[in-house]
Structure formats: C-alpha cells, structure tokens
Design a protein around this ligand. Structure first.
Ligand SMILES: *Cc1c(COP(=O)(O)O)cnc(C)c1O
Length: 434
C-alpha cells in the first residue's frame, strides 16, 4: 500500500500566513458603520478589536509573519497529519485518491485554535486583560478558553442557551481551561435583559450571543471581543492548514483536482482552499473548490449577496456577504458550527466570482457518510466536517462511474467526540432530516 499518513517536521510548519486580499480579482467591499452606512474607519473598530488584528483585517501584504510565540503553541499539535483514505477508497471502489487534513488533532478538537491562539496573543501584546465571545455548540468557546489559558487572559463566553443546556461537556471543557461561561441571553448585559423581558422562554441564538459579547467588550476597560470565523483575519490565520497540505502533497507528488471544506462562517474552508485559489488566480493550476453547507442553513447556495448585519441587535459593522438575513433562525440541526446566517465576505466574493462552488446536504445523509468514514478510517468525525466527507465521497463515486483518477482533498475540520448524543439519535432513527 502507498503511504497512509504524510507528516511534516516541526520546522516545516509555515512561518507566514497567506493573505488572499491583495490577490482577489474583485476586491471585497468595505464594512459599513451600521448607523451612518459609511465605510468604517479602522479607529471605529478599536473599542472591540486590538489594533494588530484590525491591520490584518485590511492588510495588503501577501504574507504575514507568524510570531514565534504563536508558532511555539501551534507546535503542540501542528503540523497536522495529512491522511490518504485508502480504506474509504476501497469501500467506494473508486479510482480516485482521497486525502484529508486532520484538524481534529488540536487540543480543542477542531481547526479553531489556529485563530484563537493568534487572536489572544495579539490582545496580550496590546495589554488587554480580558476577552469576550459567543459560542454556539461550544467549539469556539473552548478554543478561546484554551488560548486565554496560555496567555493568562480572562475569558467570558456567552453560550447560546439551547446548547448550554444540551451540551454540558463543552461547557465543562470551557471551564477546565479557565474561562467563565454563561447562557445567552443573560441578565448581565442590557441587550440580554431586554431580550429576556420580551421573550422569557427564548432558547437564544448565535446572533443574540454576539450582541451580548460585543456589548460587554465595548463597555468594559481592557476588554476586547473575539470572533471565531467570518472576518478576514480569521481566514488569514487558518491558511496554515492549506499551506501545510501543499507541502505534504508535494512529498507524494500530488496536486488536488478538487478541494473541499464544510462552510459555516467559512474559516476552515478558507484555510484549506486559499493557497490553492492563489494557484487558480495565477493560472498555475485549476482545481475545483467546493464549500459544503447544511440544507437547513444554505447561506451560499440559497442566500443573497448583500450588506447585512452579523448579529441580531445590529451592533456589528454591516458586511457585504451571502446571507439568509440576520434574523434567520435555522432549525436546530446537530452541525451547530454551520448554523450561522452569514458567511465570510472573502468567501462570498470568491463564490460570486465563480472561483468557488457550493453544495448542500440534508442531515441524515451527512450522518450516513460520517458512519461510513468512521468504519473505514476509524476517526469519528464532527457532524460539521461530515459535510465535506459526504461531498468527497460523492465526487469519488462519480469517478467510479467515469473512470477518472481524480485527486480529492478535503478538510476534516474536527472530531465528533462531543457529538455522541447526535450519533445515538441517528442510530435510533430519531434524527430529523432537516
Ligand atoms: C466551527 C466549526 C466549523 C464551522 O466554522 P467555519 O468557520 O465555517 O470553519 C466547522 N467544523 C468544525 C469542527 C467547527 O468547530
């Protein structure tokens, strides 16, 4: 059998992140002030973000150095392995080669620490002592708690009430690394209080939790807000995934024909695909790039491309993005990380320009694929990541029919060890097919 796991040495880990902004064929449109509708000035963002992240958000440098302190922490789990899915290929009886990058090996179990470590580092450098954030399923909250633990910052997580009640172990993980986590809406912010007065039985939403975390950051000294996806600097930090995968594929003399990532806010898709999109823009290669969404929250595939707010209270800058509307509340599917109404402005731009394609799948077919993957490759995938698996399996099955020996690369954004109750529901046929 050919190689199964392609590894890099620590010293082969990228020393710079790749910034796609200056390479975009059509520039992204600027964020707007929600009140004046004028383009936002960098200073206006300083009450909620550290200056170095605002600079990265708008940077025209092609590559940005990864500080040594960040690389030192990345080394706890990076470079992450690239696997060849021999057993899955065999099951599908396909001539295609399937590779996947395993981001589930991070301490928090997903790709999210690639940006949480960076964001908290810059906050620490600028003398901030506390960060706030929201979390849905708890993956971002745990990644940020992990990062604050390393840099000794306080961390407060507003967790969507329904998840807070249904996912007690993510909450424990957030506590274990030292952060405080409370259900949102809460009585601790003005917006939360107002919302609770109006809707005492609300189960909360990501949009509401973002509004609370931003209010907290803007009203407290030395406190900033951190977002786990959507923004340009988050896409930037995740490019270590794709850059590593390029070195790994080079070692086995491969270049992908298809690159796949699941898409919520767009960061793991950006991470795996931007270095390949650079080759596409420079006409060096022409891989197909596919973002995969849940049918229950089909932002790219069924949303519209327009300016919209990132949160329910409309406190965030307006972003030009694919959106289902800031008041859209998706059904409570088990891919919590993919239940966001909007999508990264850069991904939205690439999608609109035809440099990226989209696809969506229903929940039950996602779990069918997740189980096939676990029974061949052994790894239990996160439901979110299983969207990418399903798409890779469909593409490999097409190759069986056409006889094409395509090379398929997908990002396994995380493991599913905290999603066992969803797997139980699937096996007991209690899973809705949203
Ligand atoms: C958060 C999360 C996602 C979705 O977020 P993106 O920003 O779209 O990557 C996907 N997979 C896992 C495992 C996650 O934790």
């Amino acid at each position: 059998m050919e190689q199964t796991k392609i590894l890099l040495d620590e010293n082969e880990m990228p020393k710079q992140w790749y910034n796609i902004l200056p390479d975009l064929p059509t520039p992204v449109e600027p964020p707007l002030n929600p009140e004046t509708k004028e383009p936002i000035k960098p200073e206006e963002l300083e009450s909620i973000f550290p200056k170095s992240l605002i600079e990265q958000e708008m940077s025209s440098d092609n590559y940005i150095d990864i500080p040594e302190e960040i690389r030192d922490i990345y080394k706890l789990w990076r470079p992450s392995p690239l696997h060849r899915a021999h057993r899955l290929e065999e099951l599908l009886d396909t001539p295609a080669k399937i590779y996947y990058k395993n981001e589930g090996v991070s301490p928090a179990g997903s790709h999210k620490p690639n940006t949480s470590i960076a964001q908290v580092y810059y906050n620490m450098k600028e003398g901030n002592e506390r960060v706030t954030t929201e979390t849905g399923a708890g993956q971002w909250g745990s990644a940020l708690s992990l990062a604050c633990n390393y840099f000794d910052l306080e961390c407060k997580v507003y967790m969507v009430r329904s998840s807070f009640e249904q996912k007690p172990f993510r909450k424990s993980l957030i506590n274990l690394w030292g952060a405080t986590v409370i259900p949102s809406p809460s009585k601790e912010t003005k917006f939360g209080q107002q919302f609770l007065e109006q809707y005492p039985d609300t189960t909360g939403s990501l949009g509401i939790a973002i509004s609370e975390a931003i209010e907290d950051a803007s009203e407290n000294d030395n406190t900033k807000y951190a977002l786990g996806s959507v923004l340009n600097h988050v896409m930037l930090h995740q490019t270590v995934i794709g850059l590593e995968s390029q070195k790994q594929l080079e070692k086995v003399d491969e270049y992908p024909d298809i690159v796949i990532g699941c898409c919520g806010g767009g960061s793991n898709l950006a991470g795996i695909s931007f270095p390949y999109i650079k080759d596409k823009i420079n006409k060096k290669h022409d891989p197909e790039i596919i973002g995969v969404e849940p049918s229950a929250c089909p932002t790219l595939t069924e949303g519209s491309f327009k300016y919209d707010s990132g949160d329910t209270a409309m406190m965030t800058p307006l972003l030009k993005m694919y959106t289902l509307g800031h008041d859209f509340v998706p059904p409570s599917i088990h891919s919590g990380g993919l239940r966001y109404h909007g999508c990264s402005p850069i991904i939205s731009r690439l999608y609109d320009d035809g440099l990226m394609k989209g696809r969506n799948y229903h929940q039950v077919e996602i779990f069918d694929s997740a189980v096939k993957f676990a029974r061949t490759e052994g790894i239990v995938p996160a439901p979110e990541s299983s969207h990418a698996i399903k798409c890779a399996m469909d593409e490999a099955t097409k190759c069986r029919e056409t006889g094409e020996e395509k090379t398929i690369l997908f990002n396994l954004s995380g493991h599913g060890h905290f999603d066992m109750s969803a797997y139980d529901k699937y096996f007991n046929k209690k899973l809705g097919n949203e």
